[in-house]
Design a protein around this ligand. Structure first.
Ligand code: GLC
Length: 581
């Protein structure tokens, strides 16, 4: 079996590399060289370090664990790793509350481990993208400790304070606060401080130029170590309207508009670019970027010199399950964004991350019958769209939502605090827990499933979060040697994307737009045309597209048996990539 797979991979890779060279040359003749960028061509693999691999048996994933899996990551064919925060943190929000930006969290290891990780990655040609959380820090950061110590401390203005003698501050909603109130009273100086996220995540005051300079210096510290880019966490909230006007009715429907994208946001990004990014060949990506494609463009229009690419939330914030919101609406989001970005700027394409449920549980079907097929179909989608694909660890083997029954199983500040808040108000806790089974972020954070041994091979100790019991049949080891596995299909997709620039740079056109089950589109570059057909339904579905009568070749499909397409019909969750000659 192993030999067969090796032969299969060798043949495919050889074919790909020869074909790739000629396609690439042709492409470079016609596209201006400065439009091509390594980060547009990269496939990014996101690692949630806490849950990836534990090397020392304390139940928490760590950097040495990631180092031990670098060959596996390389074998996926991906180019860059985005690591969730690994800095020192009291972990109120799993590392998104940083108490020291220049140290490694002891749970994860040491700076020496970090240096070894970076070296190991670069030796394998993998780039490292660090998550940087600078809208807020931890309340245990030295800056905040100083800031809260007295009203005239030199760090006072590093954060937003409202003196109590002015009365209660105008209400601001908080994402993670038990009472949903973003202002917390602090008796020491008789004032309130602002925290858009949890009480332990006070918002930094970006209007203070000294804060900005401290942050730029810290970013240079990591870049000088040789990292390859940043993912800017929650940065759209950094600039606020600091006259704190009352919020209008219905503000909840557009939180970003009232809470973020403030008057100086783009000034800050331009300053950051000038002072930091422009001095390195790196990749920068903004989490969330306004609420519309046009707003997202402002972050990444190359002429504005801010960031390289944006990811938006429209396609994940759309609802609990694809059956609830429907494919037509979903297709429309991607098509609108692509339309806005077709000539300039760049997007990222993702279906899941550490803040989302598992992709197969939300957009596919995680039943035994359809899990593998629908995972493959969704991976096909991500790898065939225009934009840099971000692929979340574990999705390559089809990991699913865990669906905890009890609040005790949850560790996440988001779920726990919402639960307490609801309980205090006498709300329906049962209904809340039912919804969490579909939406909770911890569905995507359960330990990585490596093999069928204890804890799925993640840890010798007691994992910090329960392992999904389905590890016994969903894991890397079982799929490694099966040429038809979800894992090896993902590898083939990555190779396909790398083989030919058409899937990276080619024009996107949606077909059969109103079809409620089939997502069909073409990608075109020079004389190359690729047609992608994806059935998002568990039923056979037809599509209304005139297929060419001759000269087309199926280059990849998730049933591994598709020779032809009969009567414009796709089988359940079928995905087919066709090259039209
Ligand atoms: C981002 C992160 C999320 C975190 C929040 C606050 O949305 O992705 O995990 O809780 O910011 O930092």
């Amino acid at each position: 079996m192993k030999t067969t797979l090796a032969l299969y991979l060798l043949t495919t890779l050889t074919l790909f590399s020869t074909e790739r060279l000629s396609a690439q040359n042709k492409f470079l003749e016609t596209i201006q060289k400065n439009d091509t960028k390594w980060w547009k061509e990269a496939v990014v693999y996101q690692i949630y370090p806490r849950s990836f691999k534990d090397s020392d048996g304390d139940g928490v994933g760590d950097l040495k664990g990631i180092i031990s899996k670098l060959d596996y990551i390389k074998s996926l064919g991906v180019d860059a790793i985005w690591l969730n925060p690994i800095y020192t943190s009291p972990n109120d929000d799993n590392g998104y509350d940083i108490s020291n930006y220049r140290e490694i969290m002891s749970d994860f290891g040491t700076m020496n481990d970090f240096d070894l990780l970076l070296k190991g990655m670069h030796q394998r040609g993998l780039k490292l993208i660090m998550d940087i959380v600078v809208n807020h820090s931890s309340d245990e950061h030295e800056w905040f400790k100083q800031s809260k110590s007295s009203r005239d401390n030199k760090y006072r203005d590093y954060y937003h304070w409202w003196p109590a003698e002015k009365g209660k501050p105008p209400y601001r909603w908080s994402f993670f606060d038990v009472n949903s109130d973003a202002w917390k009273y602090d008796a020491k100086t008789d004032a309130y401080y602002l925290h858009y996220f949890s009480q332990k995540q006070p918002d930094l005051n970006w209007e203070n130029p000294t804060v900005r300079q401290e942050i730029y210096e810290m970013m240079r510290f990591w870049l000088d170590k040789g990292i390859d880019g940043f993912r800017m966490d929650a940065f759209q909230f950094a600039s606020k309207v600091t006259t704190w006007p009352e919020l209008p009715q219905g503000y909840e429907k557009n939180i970003i508009k009232y809470y973020g994208v403030g008057p100086h946001l783009h000034d800050y990004l331009q300053e950051m670019n000038k002072e930091v990014f422009s001095k390195y060949d790196i990749m920068t990506v903004a989490e969330g970027a306004g609420s519309t494609p046009e707003e997202a463009m402002l972050f990444v229009d190359p002429d504005r010199k801010e960031l390289n690419m944006a990811y938006h939330f429209e396609s994940v914030d759309i609802g609990k399950h694809i059956n609830d919101f429907g494919l037509v609406k979903y297709k429309d989001i991607f098509s609108r964004y692509d339309q806005t970005f077709k000539d300039k700027g760049w997007l990222s394409i993702f279906l899941a991350n550490h803040d989302q449920p598992r992709m197969v549980s939300k957009f596919g079907n995680d039943s035994v019958q359809f899990r593998s097929l629908s995972s493959k179909m969704l991976s096909t989608f991500i790898m065939c769209m225009r934009g840099t694909p971000y692929y979340y660890n574990g999705d390559e083997v089809g990991m699913t939502n865990i669906r905890f029954d009890s609040i005790e199983d949850y560790k996440d500040v988001d779920t726990r605090n919402k639960y307490i808040g609801l309980k205090n108000k006498g709300g329906d806790l049962k209904a809340f827990l039912e919804v969490q089974k579909q939406t909770s972020r911890e569905n995507g954070r359960t330990p990585f499933q490596w093999d069928s041994t204890k804890n799925g091979g993640f840890s010798e100790g007691k994992p910090w979060l329960k392992v999904n019991p389905n590890y016994s049949f969903i894991n890397v080891e079982l799929q490694e040697n099966d040429p038809n596995s979800t894992l090896n299909y993902f590898r083939s997709l990555v190779q396909l994307r790398k083989k030919d620039p058409v899937l990276v740079y080619g024009k996107y056109t949606i077909l059969d737009k109103e079809n409620p089950s089939v997502f069909a589109f073409t990608r075109e570059l020079n004389d190359k045309k690729i047609l992608v057909l994806l059935n998002f339904s568990e039923k056979e579905s037809t599509f209304n597209i005139a297929l060419p009568t001759s000269k087309f070749k199926i280059i990849l499909d998730n049933y591994s048996s598709t020779k032809e397409i009969k009567k414009n019909t796709l089988r359940p969750y079928e995905a087919v990539i066709i090259e039209i000659k």
